[in-house]
Write a protein that binds this ligand. Structure first.
Ligand code: FRU
Length: 930
């Protein structure tokens, strides 16, 4: 703001200087002059006015107001009073009559208003100045001229001006004084002309006719002389009658013209004095010296000088015209000047405004620049702060991530010990133990399962948080599903004497839902209800359709202790536990249920009243339009490899780890060898000890040794943990499956991680099965058996695949194994005639050791390479026996036997008949020989 003021100041100073300099020529004070004129009706006074106006125009500070008395003294008194009241700066008065006007002039003068008397006088000296001719003198001059003109003898008629006016009186006196010495000159009559032509013209003839032969008419002014002259027209008039007047005005009907025209014999110049009057007024008003009596000169104009006088006056008149024209032009110029000055003012003001606005704009720009700079600085600061916050957030996120990772890893780590706890507990429960110990074991199992449930929930949360949780919906009958889940609580209900029932308003309803997740939701809701419902209470599960029939509503209602409003408000908050620390368990279940419901695009809500009960309602949309294609899966038997978390988890009688088959296998011949690669000592030892019942078991604590063992022993199956210290289980699997020696061996991966991606990775690496910890050992054992059985089926397949005449449909072999078999078959086939074809030759061609080829052949086909070569020779021989005309000796050599005798022995051993017997047998009676 201070800067703005400075700018305004900078702009204002030159403006003031400019404006004041423009004004410097103009007087700051202006004066009003009041002019009381006795009459404006005659030419003489009009001429005076012209002069006055012209002179005033040279002094812009003077403003003039003229009031016309119209020959009335009363009017004039009135006008002068008005001027006094108006407080004019100066009065100019040309009194109509002396006496009536004198008092008001005195009054004005006494009131301090300067008074200039013009032409006519008052009978007092109370005035500032007088301008006019000396009427006595010019009267005298006229008298002297007349005496001379009349040669000292003659009769005169005097035409008077207004008799109360000073010029009339003085001219009369002067005239009389001049003609006084001339006895024979007489004023024989007087006419009261009152300064007016018409009056003189009217009154003159009567006086003229009363006096015969007058010689001269002496009129107090030219117009009255003309009036008298004109009044004689038509009358008998002496040609020698002379006319004398005053004023000597220029212009038409002026005295000069009348003299020149011979109407008047002479006129006496009576100057109007307009210019002098204004000059005098100027001096008075400006306190400059001036004379009180300003007598104007007079002269006689007659036939002798009229011409020159007229010329001069014409010239003056034309100059006056010029002056007027110039004045007009000047006034136009002044107007233009004024306009231009006004324009200049406007321009200057505009310029000033522009400068101010410009300055303001510059100032605003500067301000904006400054504020921009400040803003930018602030922005930078904010940006820095934001970056800092982002950095901190990143760090916090990292820390959080690390924490969560740690959290998850710890959760993972819980699974192995849980497996190790649950395994022996299951064993103990299956064995003959005392009732007391069984009770303890059940308690251990119950709590281990509880812990397992918590770990699972935590891991589910982690998945939800990382958006890794995916819906795996299948289309199923929800009513049946709910009933099944509720069914698993029946025993508990009986035990706690709670009335548990399912009411379904629909008989069945197909809904796309993730069984695992809905199972967890229902389990959670029912568990809560059971926890808070007392003996004889009711728990009801209601299934119904929404009014719009777009959703299915599942209500779990109990008559338990209910919840407080604040508990209701926070029921679905993560990790929320109520004050009493028990009403909502860990606070995970409900929050997780809500997430699961959200995944289904459904809703969950709770209504509860303390001491009355709680009602949870969740909805699931019908149809599958709301689901992404990848969220819908076909129901398969291999949907969940890990032990399912069923509603029975908390039930002490849960049959998760049923050991019903535990004894069955103990007597089996240990035909298969299993390699266990597991870094966790306890788990490894647990697996070795449990698997040893049915299988030969070799073990390895890490990947390198595991691979070594695999190549050395070529086991029938490998169980490998995913989380190994060096190479992880996926890599080990990959290496095993890549190698011709071990590619046929089924691999089971054990892991605590059960994300779908991990499973896919495992399968992609070539793993045959993925088992998630904690696992049921029995489940694992069954899967091991299943895989081994599959392997046996493959053997049949391979045998048939290379058999010339038998086809058995079975599981498809792995690509690398097929390749191995094909290569072996091709090598044997092409060298069949060679009786020296050995295992060494084939192994060399395959790039494998004898032992590996042996083991792989054994694993894939169930017999050695040597047996395979002989079998192939015999099968080919059988084919030739059936389909060719070759004799037995020829066939023996053709299929690579060194002698027909050896061939016959071998054939008989294999097919239980001699080649010749076989040849004679019809093909229809052929036994299936494999
Ligand atoms: C004009 C006039 C003049 C004369 C003067 C005397 O009004 O009559 O003709 O000289 O006044 O006051």
């Amino acid at each position: 703001m201070v800067v703005l003021k400075q700018w305004i100041y900078i702009g204002l100073v030159p403006l003031v200087v400019i404006l004041t300099s423009c004004h410097r020529e103009v007087e700051s004070r202006s004066y009003t002059i009041g002019f009381s004129q006795c009459t404006e009706g005659d030419a003489w006074r009009k001429a005076m006015h012209k002069e006055i106006v012209r002179e005033v125009s040279f002094h812009p500070e003077l403003s003039l107001q003229i009031k016309d008395g119209k020959n009335s003294s009363a009017n004039q008194v009135k006008h002068i009073r008005e001027f006094i009241e108006q407080k004019v700066d100066l009065l100019i008065i040309s009194p109509n009559e002396t006496e009536p006007i004198t008092p008001i002039v005195e009054e004005a003068f006494e009131k301090g208003i300067p008074v200039i008397l013009v032409d006519r006088k008052i009978s007092s000296s109370s005035y500032s100045a007088y301008v006019g001719a000396d009427n006595f003198q010019i009267g005298k001059l006229a008298g002297e001229y007349v005496a001379n003109l009349l040669n000292g003898k003659g009769k005169i008629i005097e035409v008077w001006g207004l008799q109360g006016s000073s010029p009339a009186i003085e001219r009369h006196k002067g005239f009389l004084e001049a003609i006084g010495p001339y006895q024979e000159i007489q004023v024989v009559a007087e006419v009261k002309g009152e300064w007016e032509k018409v009056i003189a013209k009217k009154r003159f003839p009567a006086v003229y006719q009363q006096h015969s032969d007058p010689d001269l008419v002496f009129a107090h002014n030219d117009v009255m002389a003309l009036g008298a002259y004109e009044s004689l027209k038509g009358l008998k008039k002496q040609n020698s009658l002379k006319f004398i007047g005053f004023d000597g005005l220029a212009g038409p009907n002026g005295g000069l013209q009348l003299v020149e025209d011979g109407v008047l014999d002479a006129t006496f110049l009576y100057p109007t004095g307009g210019e002098e009057i204004i000059k005098l007024a100027y001096n008075i008003l400006h306190n400059q010296p001036y004379k009180k009596e300003n007598i104007l000169n007079s002269t006689v104009i007659d036939g002798r000088n009229v011409h020159i006088m007229k010329q001069q006056s014409d010239k003056i008149l034309s100059q006056e015209v010029n002056i007027n024209r110039q004045q007009q032009r000047i006034s136009e110029q002044v107007k233009i000047y004024n306009n231009q000055r006004a324009l200049l003012y406007v321009l200057v003001i505009s310029l000033f405004i522009i400068i101010i606005l410009g300055a303001y704009a510059v100032y605003s720009l500067w301000l904006r620049h400054e504020s921009n700079r400040a803003l930018m600085a602030k922005n930078r600061e904010i940006l820095e702060q934001r970056n800092e916050i982002a950095e901190m957030a990143k760090k916090a996120e990292k820390a959080n991530e690390a924490k969560l990772k740690f959290f998850t890893n710890v959760s993972h780590e819980f699974r192995t010990p849980l497996t190790l706890i649950l395994g022996p507990v299951e064993d103990a429960l299956q064995s003959n133990i005392s009732v007391g110990l069984k009770k303890d074991m059940l308690l251990v199992r119950q709590n281990a399962l509880r812990l397992l449930k918590l770990v699972n929930q935590l891991m589910d949360f982690r998945k939800v948080e990382r958006k890794k949780m995916r819906l795996q919906a299948t289309e199923s009958d929800l009513v049946k599903f709910v009933e099944e889940v509720v069914q698993s609580f029946k025993r508990l209900a009986r035990k706690k004497q709670i009335h548990l029932k399912v009411i379904s308003r629909v008989k069945e309803i197909n809904v796309y839902f993730d069984k695992d997740k809905v199972d967890k939701i229902l389990f959670n809701l029912l568990s809560n209800s059971f926890k808070f419902t007392k003996e004889n209470g009711h728990i009801t599960v209601l299934i119904e359709l929404s009014d719009d029939r777009n959703h299915v509503l599942v209500t779990v209602e109990d008559t338990g202790k209910g919840m407080t409003p604040s508990q209701v408000a926070s029921a679905f908050d993560r990790f929320y536990t109520a004050d009493d620390n028990a009403s909502l368990g860990t606070g995970l279940g409900l929050a997780l249920s809500k997430e699961f419901i959200k995944l289904h695009h459904g809703e969950i809500s709770v209504v509860s009243k303390e001491r009355e009960g709680t009602r949870f309602i969740f909805t699931l949309p019908l149809g599958k339009e709301h689901l992404k294609p990848e969220e819908i899966i076909q129901e398969t038997t291999q949907e969940e490899q890990s032990a399912p978390l069923t509603a029975g988890v908390l039930d002490a009688d849960m049959e998760l780890f049923t050991g019903t088959h535990a004894q069955e296998t103990s007597d089996m011949v240990k035909e298969h060898t299993i390699l266990v690669i597991e870094d966790n000592k306890e788990l490894r030892e647990f697996l070795v000890s449990r698997l040893s019942t049915d299988f030969n078991v070799v073990d390895a604590p890490h990947d390198a040794f595991g691979l070594q063992q695999a190549f050395d022993t070529i086991p029938d199956l490998i169980i490998c943990d995913v989380n190994l210290p060096q190479k992880d289980g996926l890599e080990v699997t990959f290496l095993l499956k890549k190698d011709m020696r071990t590619s046929h061996i089924p691999v089971i991966l054990l892991t605590a991680k059960d994300t779908l991606e991990q499973k896919i990775d495992g399968i992609q690496a070539g793993a045959d099965l993925y088992v998630t910890k904690p696992f049921s050992f029995l489940y694992l054992r069954e899967r091991v058996k299943g895989l081994l059985k599959n392997r046996d089926l493959l053997k049949v397949y391979y045998n048939s695949a290379i058999s010339v005449d038998t086809k058995v449909q079975t599981a498809q072999p792995k690509q690398l194994d097929k390749k191995f078999i094909n290569e072996v078959a091709a090598l044997v086939e092409s060298n069949l005639q060679n009786p020296d074809l050995s295992v060494n030759d084939i192994s060399e061609s395959l790039g494998m050791s004898r032992v590996h080829v042996y083991r792989k052949m054994k694993a894939l086909l169930g017999y050695s390479l040597n047996d395979y070569i002989v079998n192939t020779r015999l099968k080919k021989a059988r084919h030739l026996l059936l389909n060719s005309q070759m004799n037995i000796s020829e066939i023996a050599y053709e299929v690579g036997f060194s002698s027909p005798a050896y061939f016959s022995t071998a054939f008989k051993n294999h097919f239980n008949m001699s080649p010749s017997d076989f040849k004679s047998t019809r093909p229809g009676k052929e036994k299936i020989l494999v």
